[in-house]
Write a protein that binds this ligand. Structure first.
Ligand code: WTA
Length: 646
């Protein structure tokens, strides 16, 4: 092999579920006989009514249709909770680690069953029925998992909105899916600071109608304003219902959840995942990608507001009867040693985080790591953005003491689970490469015309055929689903990512090739930030691009043209940043704002983003052809006043 290669550590190889030979054999079978392979793998799930058909999928843009196990019936909560409560009631299902290091608790599978059933009965008492949408806007507390599983238990479809989103963003998401119920907490707690969740819900509900119930979980206990008839404290409602609730039999293709995510155009779209295929895929990937062995403690540091939290804090691990850690806080509170102290405290064996966290902890120095033992760690994981080789090597050597493989897992909200990844016992690693496809996944690299390229090459990443965890549609807008993912390169699923494949067949994801930017592992549509900016009364026009950022991976660079007569000042710059925070949420705050009297446009009025990206990257020697610009002069001004001077 070329490059810098890290072989499978011997201790891991010995006990691993899958070695290299087995990977190759299973992969071959999974793509030549998907019906046989997935029909067998689906047996990891308990079915109320067994399926007779496995795969029925089409990527034909005239008829995109994705169905797996379509005549089977099951219930996700029965699989994630009840079956383990029956066989291992006293095993810890969830270890909750609070923001304050003195705050933690263990929830057993038996307790989880009671909590989920009670929550389900509260929802039922408020009129929630199968198929209804329920919006969840909670911090990282066990009630978030209870609420998700309670919805699954009664067949309601949850839509989680990350607690960092603004009232406006929340309102848009509640309205789009038509939830009559919102579940929130009085306040969240992160890094010692309070997050006003209930107040945000109140502000959101001033903008929309249709919400009849707001369930408020008490987290901090601060006094809240409660709207009579609409707002209820969860603990009071829970005290009035029983801890018994039957599970609703669901068709495999019934929806399980909606999760809004940013795309290159328009408003965030409601990615819809279904019940059977999603659960099978979350379960198999959690087990094999992390080489999960019964009894191990597994910790994914994501927030349940993102897809990683759905698949790899809640559904995958719990389907597998694992012990999953749920962390309320942040990596640097009370100190940058927090992650490793929690690893020691709960004897974590498998640890899964994002490159942005690794980079920031790396900046804080190895002392914070070295003072902890981390002897329990066996497997490390990375997700959300490309990991730069320096951060990878630091994670491997300093955190993992050069004995834990790193699984660099590439996937998306849309894919439901991990698609390209090493397997701990099977794959020699190369820092920065997500390596090889998971079972059943057929990646391909295409050029701009859609020709499938072979061998070592670089281009756009597409997937040639369906896998069970794939999203089924955009909620309420199937046409947008077809347009976004199946029209660029006919007959394939287009990921929006660029990628390189090396001579060993390893995949290296190079980042988004569309107008999506990835800030600290969070997806942000440039169009969303632009529309927030132009909503400001002093802004005439805005164009937003990503640029390389040492900690965040990508930063947000905004070019802003002000209304005639408005003075560009430092104060206004700050005001615009605060404005975007308020409109969308802190994760969308522009890092750099450049006031630009004009933007580079073609004669037909299209903004030439390629040029803006180059200038934001501070690499404008090769701007390419600017002769088609309506006014080539604007480029000199943009370069002159760039904000990202190296
Ligand atoms: C990026 C997160 C490189 C990619 C699970 C993708 C990655 C987007 C990796 C999806 C990785 C995710 N290496 N890039 N291991 N994982 N990405 O929907 O650009 O929040 O398209 O899902 O993150 O982000 P999303």
């Amino acid at each position: 092999m070329s490059d810098n290669v890290f072989p499978v550590p011997e201790a891991v190889a010995k006990a691993a579920l899958v070695d290299d030979a087995k990977y190759k054999a299973m992969y071959e079978r999974s793509v030549t006989d998907p019906n046989g392979f997935w029909g067998e793998q689906a047996q990891r799930i308990d079915w109320i009514k067994p399926f007779t058909k496995v795969k029925n999928t089409s990527f034909d843009p005239h008829n995109v249709s994705i169905k797996w196990f379509e005549d089977g019936e099951l219930n996700v909560a029965a699989n994630c909770v009840d079956r383990h409560a029956a066989t291992r009631p006293d095993q810890t299902a969830i270890i909750w680690e609070g923001d304050d290091p003195a705050d933690s608790k263990h929830i057993t599978y038996a307790q989880l069953k009671d909590e989920v059933s009670r929550f389900a009965n509260v929802l039922k008492a408020r009129g929630v029925k199968k198929g209804d949408r329920v919006t969840i806007y909670l911090p990282m507390i066990p009630e978030a998992a209870y609420a998700m599983l309670a919805c699954a238990r009664i067949g309601a479809v949850h839509s989680i909105v990350f607690g960092g989103f603004s009232p406006d963003s929340l309102a848009g998401r509640i309205e789009d899916c038509g939830s009559a119920v919102v579940i929130t907490a009085d306040e969240g707690l992160r890094g010692g600071r309070k997050v006003p969740l209930k107040a945000n819900v109140d502000a959101a509900l001033k903008k929309i109608t249709g919400v009849e119930t707001v369930l408020v979980v008490r987290r901090t206990g601060s006094k809240m304003e409660m709207t009579a008839g609409r707002d209820i404290y969860y603990d009071e409602a829970a005290a009035a219902v029983s801890a018994d609730c039957p599970v609703e039999p669901m068709n495999a293709e019934d929806p399980l959840f909606i999760l809004y995510t940013s795309g290159s155009t328009g408003k965030p779209k409601g990615v819809l995942h279904s019940t059977g295929g999603y659960l099978v895929y979350a379960s198999i990937t959690h087990e094999l990608v992390f080489d999960y062995h019964p009894g191990e403690v597994y910790w994914c540091t994501a927030d349940v507001g993102w897809v990683t939290g759905h698949s790899y804090i809640v559904y995958g691990p719990l389907a597998n009867g694992a012990t999953t850690v749920m962390f309320e806080g942040i990596p640097t509170y009370p100190s940058p040693a927090r992650f490793w102290e929690v690893v020691d405290k709960h004897k974590v064996n498998i640890f899964y985080t994002a490159p942005t966290a690794i980079r920031s902890l790396m900046g804080a120095g190895e002392g914070h790591v070295k003072k902890t033992s981390r002897a329990s760690l066996r497997v490390l994981g990375s997700v959300g953005e490309p990991i730069n080789p320096e951060a990878w090597v630091w994670y491997y050597n300093v955190v993992g003491d050069a004995r834990c493989p790193i699984v660099d897992t590439w996937w998306q909200t849309e894919t439901g689970g991990i698609l390209i990844t090493p397997l701990p016992g099977a794959t020699a690693l190369k820092p920065g490469s997500a390596t090889r496809p998971f079972f059943g996944v057929q990646p391909a690299v295409v050029d701009a015309e859609g020709n499938v390229l072979t061998g070592a090459t670089e281009g756009n990443l597409v997937i040639l055929d369906s896998w069970p965890g794939q999203m089924r549609t955009v909620f309420g807008d199937h046409e947008r689903f077809v347009q976004t993912y199946f029209s660029a390169y006919k007959g394939t699923y287009f990921t929006g990512d660029g990628c390189r494949r090396d001579a060993d067949g390893y995949y290296w994801i190079t980042g988004r090739v569309d107008d999506v930017i990835n800030v600290s592992g969070h997806r942000m549509g440039t169009a969303e930030v632009e529309s927030a900016l132009v909503a400001h009364p002093k802004v005439a026009e805005a164009a937003v691009v990503g640029y390389p950022h040492d900690l965040k991976g990508q930063g947000i660079y905004a070019y802003v043209t002000l209304m005639t007569g408005i003075e560009p000042t430092e104060e206004l710059r700050k005001e615009l940043v605060a404005w975007v925070r308020k409109e969308i949420g802190p994760i969308a705050s522009p890092d750099l704002v450049q006031f630009s009297p004009g933007l580079p446009k073609t004669r037909s009025g299209k903004i030439m983003r390629r040029i803006l990206r180059k200038i934001a990257e501070d690499s404008f020697d090769s701007l390419g052809d600017t002769s088609t610009l309506a006014d080539p002069g604007v480029v000199d001004d943009l370069i002159e006043n760039r904000q990202n001077r190296k």
